[in-house]
Design a protein. Structure first.
Length: 423
């Protein structure tokens, strides 16, 4: 009787091999998370909104720091050109916090808490990405760690061991941790959506795992901005953000030479119009047809059509499996002289040196110092020609005599070159 193999791993070798890769392990972990129901999505979105509000209430719960936080927020909102800056709420909490610090009465405390609640509600709707909340929280952590060099809050630092400040920091940390826990839960429940969308863009420009990570950034942006009160599913809203993040990553990182974002967008429109026209007519579209379909000018369409977007090739990559040399070893150097010219020059040099043997020593010395023939003086780094007068002084001869000896040496060389049929 044949023995049966009860080992479950032996019946699924492909699954086992897939899980051994980092991407396979990631996909395995993602598949274990349950998808949220519509009711759970709305409940979790409301929880995130409530905890975002709690986070801002915690940041504004320490009156000695309110004025500094308000100052930093006003500068940051103005720098980002925010349209709806809550100027009234910022001034109100600034006034109420100052009054509450001066006199801790019940009326001042209630006014401060009301201003805190009003500003926190406005900032929770304005700061969906958590940019300003994270900026303030980072400064508070730096103050708590006594890293004052990187603090931007214009506040008076609390004394060492201050219990009110310690409780304030704990409230901020607890609120931030609760908010991040809810966001993380929402993100983990939708990671499979990112993988599904990323597979559609897996055309070789970027690895699939990079596309998934870029899509995850878009997913986190969608979680920050999703409003469950509108009634639609989260996947409908998040798909646009995920696709946008992947498209932007492909435009910025998918090619060795980056294309501007508007060029990539126009190319996508052009490709889409080309496919639609070919599907309708069965013929290749013309420039006027593409211009009408995409809304781009004919000049723009013509320029985009001429773009060469083939993949770049490394000059160091081997040209074939049998030859280890790369393309760089096969390219011609435009600055290098031709091989035929080099060989001809070497041949002429050899004949010249052979012909110099027939010259007298004084003739050879004159040619060397006048024209640099035979290298000039030994040890000289650069040749500097001597005049006839300088050569006459060197050999104790007149200038005219040096010229005659030079001419006689040149005539001998011409005769020798003619005999060798070199001229």
């Amino acid at each position: 009787m044949a023995r049966t193999n009860n080992n479950p791993t032996s019946t699924r070798p492909s699954t086992q091999r897939k899980s051994e890769t980092p991407l396979g392990a990631y996909l395995g972990d993602v598949s274990k998370v349950d998808v949220l129901t519509p009711e759970q999505e709305q409940s979790l979105a409301a929880e995130i909104a409530e905890r975002r509000l709690s986070c801002w209430k915690a940041l504004l719960s320490y009156p000695p720091f309110v004025a500094g936080i308000v100052s930093v927020l006003q500068a940051a909102l103005a720098e980002d050109n925010q349209e709806n800056i809550p100027t009234e709420e910022l001034e109100q909490i600034n006034t109420c916090s100052r009054a509450y610090r001066d006199r801790e009465t019940k009326a001042n405390r209630e006014a401060y808490h009301a201003a805190q609640q009003a500003l926190a509600a406005v900032l929770a709707d304005l700061d969906l990405d958590g940019k300003y909340a994270d900026m303030v929280a980072a400064d508070l952590e730096a103050i708590d760690a006594n890293r004052r060099a990187c603090v931007t809050l214009p506040v008076t630092y609390p004394p060492r061991g201050s219990q009110p400040f310690a409780r304030y920091i704990q409230r901020v940390r607890a609120a931030n941790q609760a908010l991040r826990y809810s966001k993380n839960k929402f993100v983990k429940a939708n990671l499979r959506l990112v993988v599904t969308i990323a597979r559609r863009f897996d055309h070789g420009l970027m690895p699939l795992q990079d596309l998934v990570q870029e899509g995850n950034l878009g997913l986190m942006k969608a979680v920050d901005r999703f409003d469950g009160r509108r009634g639609y599913r989260f996947s409908t809203y998040a798909t646009w953000w995920i696709r946008h993040a992947i498209n932007r990553a492909l435009a910025n990182k998918g090619r060795t030479v980056r294309l501007p974002a508007h060029v990539s967008a126009d190319l996508q429109r052009l490709r889409r119009a080309t496919r639609e026209i070919e599907a309708k007519t069965g013929e290749k579209p013309t420039i006027p047809q593409l211009s009408k379909e995409t809304g781009l000018s004919k000049v723009r369409v013509r320029k985009l059509s001429k773009l060469t977007l083939d993949g770049t090739v490394s000059l160091d990559a081997p040209s074939s499996d049998d030859d280890g040399r790369g393309m760089l070893d096969r390219l011609e150097d435009g600055t290098a002289p031709e091989v035929a010219d080099v060989l001809e020059l070497e041949t002429l040099s050899d004949h010249l040196y052979d012909s110099l043997i027939s010259l007298q020593p004084i003739e050879l010395d004159i040619l060397r110092r006048r024209y640099g023939i035979d290298g000039g003086d030994v040890g000289e780094s650069e040749f500097e020609p001597m005049t006839l007068r300088q050569l006459g002084e060197r050999h104790s001869l007149s200038r005219e005599r040096i010229r005659q000896l030079q001419e006689r040496a040149l005539i001998k060389l011409r005769r020798e070159f003619a005999r060798r049929e070199l001229v």
